[in-house]
Design a protein around this ligand. Structure first.
Ligand code: DC
Length: 225
């Protein structure tokens, strides 16, 4: 089998990475790999076991004998914990928090390392996450660091929640975005940072459609595909 094409998309929360990566993969006919779903699965499992996701001594022993895997059903990524499909349970707020709590532990990151690497060797992929270009796929064919200003990301989140009728406050959301950026970029294990050879793409001034179109063009141009 010939070498596969791997595209890495990293960046902070709220920059639109997953929607952008999914649409780009669709356009190129590649698989979209959502690495956040793997961290969410572990967060979900820790909660299910009645343990504390921010307590390393609670989390690390649970990794022993644990199996986290994923596959594709009708083109959609599904995630499994010990063989059980947990995809429908990992998008809740408590699981988001739990995923964020477990993700700084080096044992959790190395536990998921091979699962992420293996798919890149087998398939053409667009993989999104925080450390794809820096740690998981340092030899990716193209790396994109997708970001937007904290104010724009907070405004998008504010509009999204408001449209759903969820009461929220812009200043609180902005403080939360800034706090998460700080946590993500200051953790000891695989902090969020742009790989030296990644293309910086700030989509503060663009909507989703324009972001997807510009990045797809960039990929086609750089990879001549
Ligand atoms: O992208 P997401 O919101 O689904 O990610 C869930 C959590 O997992 C988030 O707090 C960051 C973390 N994560 C990570 O540390 N490394 C990745 N490659 C992907 C996600």
């Amino acid at each position: 089998m010939g070498k596969t094409i791997n595209i890495a998309i990293d960046g902070p929360s709220g920059a639109g990475k997953s929607t952008t990566a999914r649409k780009i993969a669709e356009q190129l006919g590649f698989l979209y790999v959502d690495t956040g779903a793997l961290y969410r699965s572990i967060g979900y499992f820790v909660l299910q076991q009645g343990k504390n996701p921010s307590e390393r001594n609670d989390v690390v022993p649970l990794l022993d004998g644990l199996s986290v895997s994923f596959d594709y059903v009708g083109g959609e990524q599904r995630v499994y914990v010990n063989g059980e499909d947990v995809s429908d349970y990992i998008r809740t707020q408590p699981v988001s928090m739990a995923a964020s709590d477990v993700s700084p532990f080096p044992e959790v990151r190395s536990f998921l390392f091979q699962t992420q690497r293996a798919i890149a060797e087998k398939e053409n992929i667009v993989m999104d996450g925080r450390d794809v270009g820096t740690v998981i796929l340092p030899d990716a064919d193209l790396k994109i660091f997708l970001t937007a200003s904290a104010e724009v990301r907070a405004k998008r989140r504010f509009l999204e929640l408001s449209q759903k009728g969820i009461p929220c406050d812009y200043e609180t959301i902005l403080a939360d975005v800034n706090q998460r950026d700080y946590n993500d970029s200051h953790r000891a294990a695989s902090p969020l940072r742009k790989a030296d050879d990644a293309v910086l793409f700030d989509n503060s001034a663009y909507d989703e459609e324009t972001t997807v179109a510009l990045i797809t063009n960039l990929i086609k141009e750089k990879l001549t595909i």
